[in-house]
Structures are given as structure tokens and as C-alpha cells.
Design a protein around this ligand. Sequence first.
Ligand SMILES: C[S@@+](CC[C@H](N)C(=O)[O-])C[C@H]1O[C@@H](n2cnc3c(N)ncnc32)[C@H](O)[C@@H]1O
Length: 272
Amino acid sequence: MLAPPSKARIAHARRLDRRAFRESTGEFLAEGPQAVGEAVAAGAAREVFVGSEVVPRLRGLVDSALGAGVRVYETADDVVASLSDTSTPQGVVAVCARVDIALQTALGQAPRLVAVLAAVRDPGNAGTIVRTADAAGADAVVLSAESVDLYNPKCVRATTGSLFHLPVVVGSPVGEVVAAARAASLRVLAADGAGSVDLDTELDSGRLAAPTAWLFGNEAWGLPAELRSLADAVVRVPIHGQAESLNLAAAAAVCLYASARAQRRPEERDPS
Ligand SMILES: C[S@@+](CC[C@H](N)C(=O)[O-])C[C@H]1O[C@@H](n2cnc3c(N)ncnc32)[C@H](O)[C@@H]1O
């Protein structure tokens, strides 16, 4: 039998829908069995709220949380739903400790592939890029100071647990990120629909095999000229049809996978 949460614990969790409260506590909410399971495995979960109806189905998750020393509360399904940001709550929510790390730490581990989001505002796009970067085997994702809050519930949900898998950095000005990327021997590529270099040409040239930081711009105004000028190359994903541009997360997927492909070709792999 699991303990019920106090009103104070529920109120605390509810307040985490506000950015200011997330920042003052260093906590955020993750919801759904997948994300909560990843949070427990990563040691980020502090407490878990499970709806009575789903407890039998989530026994494995509950046991692993308890085994990891996480407080698990059982409560009415509508109480857990009230902590959820979705119209289809999945019955389990975790209060987690934030997981972002310092820029220098993330770039100090000889990264080969990094995604940098410059003033990205849409939480769904930001979370999807974290998920895609994880899938493409990237070493880190950086959300610039002007970007959406990584811990926004929509963003957390869009990562589907990937924010617990790879280093994520938040809050650094983009200029600082570019300087740190150069210091870490990364080639800096700006992704831009009007770029002077075509991604396919870049891939064929072999240059994409180099350790790379990709810069991706804001959904409305893209990458400002001063940021593009900091890059080693401004690269466009060719538009073969009549679309004006690609959705940001789609463009990031194409660019990150092009780098992953180049870096993972047999001849690029370390023979040892
Ligand atoms: C929706 S676009 C911004 C469109 C904006 N109207 C502009 O002028 O750049 C948002 C971001 O997605 C990426 N992007 C979109 N289409 C791209 C393309 N064809 N090639 C490379 N990057 C692209 C870029 O990083 C861009 O800053």
C-alpha cells in the first residue's frame, strides 16, 4: 500500500507549472510512464504521484522508484491529472531535479556532435530536437539564454525522456556558446534556408565528418546575420519543392543525421 500525498506536496507539485517556481526550486515535472521511468533511472526523480487506477499496471515502475529511494504517493486519478499538462493524462507524474549541466562541462568532454538552439521559442520544437539529437547520437544540446525553458511541461513531454539521456545546457548567450564550441575544436555550422553551402555538397565533401556544432535559429526570424557570421559555413538543406522553409525540428533532424552519417562511416571510425 502506497502512502497518500499531503495537500502541501500536491500544491508544491502543482506550482511547478510556473517557470519562476521551477527556477527557485530547481525542480520540474515529468509525466507519463516513459518519462518518469527515465527520470527514476537517471536519479533525477524526487517524488512520484501515481493514480490509484494505474498502480497495478505500473507496478514495475513503482517498484523501481521505491527501490531507488524515491517517495511514491498513490492518490486519486483526478489529482494526478491536475498535475498533468495534457488532455490525455497517463496517470503518473514525477517531481524531478533539474538535469542541465554547465556549458564548459558539456563541451569539455571532446564532443563530436552538438546542437545549439538560438532563441528557439516553441517548446515542442525544442523538446523534439533534444529527442532527435539523442537519437542521432549527439553529445550535447545547448538552449541559448533567449530560448524556451527546457523544463516547460510541453518541452519535457516532447523530449520523451531524452533530456535524461544526454547533456543539456541552458541559459548561455549564443556568442559564448560559439566561442566555447571553437575552444572545444568543433566546426560551427549555421543551418539556414538561404545558406551558401548545400548540405548534400557538404556531406559529399567529407567535411561533415569533423566534430561539429550546429546552430539552429528561431522559428520566425531564423538566425540573425551576426550569428551566421560567426559560423564556419552557413548550410542550407535543399528545398526541392515549393516549401518556403522547413520546420525547425525537421531541419535539425536532417542536419544532425547528415553529421551522424558522415561521422559514423566505417572509414571515420576509430580503428581501435
Ligand atoms: C522555420 S525556420 C526560420 C524561417 C525564417 N523565415 C528565416 O528567414 O530563416 C527556423 C530555423 O530552421 C532551420 N531551417 C529551416 N529551413 C531550413 C533549410 N532549408 N536549411 C537549413 N536550415 C533550415 C534554420 O536553423 C532556421 O533558423
